[in-house]
Design a protein around this ligand. Sequence first.
Ligand code: AMP
Length: 281
Amino acid sequence: MILSRTIPETRSRVNELKKKKGQLGLVPTMGSLHEGHISLVRKSTAENAATAVSIFVNPTQFNEKQDFESYPRNLEGDLARLGDLKVDLVFAPDAAEFYPEADERVFDFGGLDSSMEGKYRPGHFNGVAQAVTRLFDIIEPDSAYFGEKDFQQLAIIRKLVRDLKIPVRIVGCPIVREADGLAMSSRNKLLSADQRKSALRISEALRLARAQSGEVPVETLKKQTLGFLHQDPLLKAEYFEIVHAQDLKPVRNWSDEGRKIGCLAVKVGNVRLIDNMDFSL
Ligand code: AMP
């Protein structure tokens, strides 16, 4: 496994890999890897002759300085973990290397960013798009792997690739959870023991709500779910939305056509967690 820290080295290593091996899969991450990330890596190594993993805590997608600074980082541990898998290349640039000049590109997501994460984290998806398009430009992967954990991000990346005609296949991968149901996240490491217990309520709230979908009216269910979360004083929900999977527009009635996803963002102390579940009947 090669560790590359610069763009020129990454370009030339990737070219060699493609010539020698063939199809290349890319797994973009911010590191502090857990089984959720590893599931994406395994999918890529199963589907491609070569796999690259990027590890970059992208400053432009953080809308809060404190969140960026406290975000867990563990490059050595990540490399050890990836070393056991069939990963060919790890690209771990620092910000000055990745953004030699300020990236001022502004993307249009056609409204996909107007709710949920986009609403509560202004500029977040623009920063994601800056990093992801730059990664695609440097690595030119055949396929790129993203988790459904970040459901809105996945929808936005699919649109971005379509609109900009970037020749990459986007592969969505299911959410990986801890045994008790908490969605895996690098931020889980920041939770105290008490907060970790409270955080369990997030996936419970989604499961309870899903069990009542189709029975309780959508708006009532949203209120009930927020009420359930707020029974725990350590939790502060930012939103609970039930949206159409394709366009992320709010579901008004259960009889609406198509796949429906319940999406939740909750602050547990200073730690902001997101989760979602399929609410299709
Ligand atoms: P991050 O390092 O948080 O930016 O995540 C990198 C990629 O891993 C993104 O595509 C995430 O959606 C995905 N990911 C993060 N957590 C999980 C999880 N629990 N299950 C599946 N994919 C995940």
